[in-house]
Design a protein around this ligand. Structure first.
Ligand SMILES: [Zn+2]
Length: 126
């Protein structure tokens, strides 16, 4: 399994499973679904591009809320609203600031900026 065939959320690896169609218990069509009991993330195999990113982040954030225990405090509509807000926010931030996808890069940029700041922008040293 390549490293891009699953998403780790908390302690669990969720293999990506591509399916022809998905629906919830009420028969509504879905683009993706995370199964916490039989760990996997199912994705409709026609999903592409930005929608694929949206579906993968959406399901991963469901996992985060469930493993943190927050999901037990939320009704379904509230959980969906939080998942949408956080997943779309992460996608936008990563698209517009790709360097924020790398912890190593963020650390080195912040270190570099703060060192420059100490030398050039600190009013106490001028
Ligand atoms: Zn959802």
């Amino acid at each position: 399994m390549s490293e891009h065939n699953s998403i780790r959320v908390g302690f669990q690896d969720f293999p990506l499973v591509f399916v022809d169609s998905l629906s919830d218990f009420d028969g509504r069509l879905l683009l993706g679904n995370i199964d916490l009991n039989d760990p996997k993330i199912s994705v409709v195999n026609t999903v592409r591009g930005k929608v694929a990113a949206m579906v993968l982040w959406h399901e991963a954030i469901h996992g985060v809320l469930n493993y943190s225990g927050l999901a037990t405090l939320l009704d379904e509509k509230t959980e969906e609203a939080i998942v949408e807000a956080v997943s779309n926010g992460i996608i936008q931030i990563l698209r517009d600031n790709p360097w924020m996808g790398s912890l190593k890069l963020m650390s080195s940029i912040v270190k570099h900026q703060s060192e420059q700041g100490n030398e050039e922008n600190d009013p106490l040293t001028k």
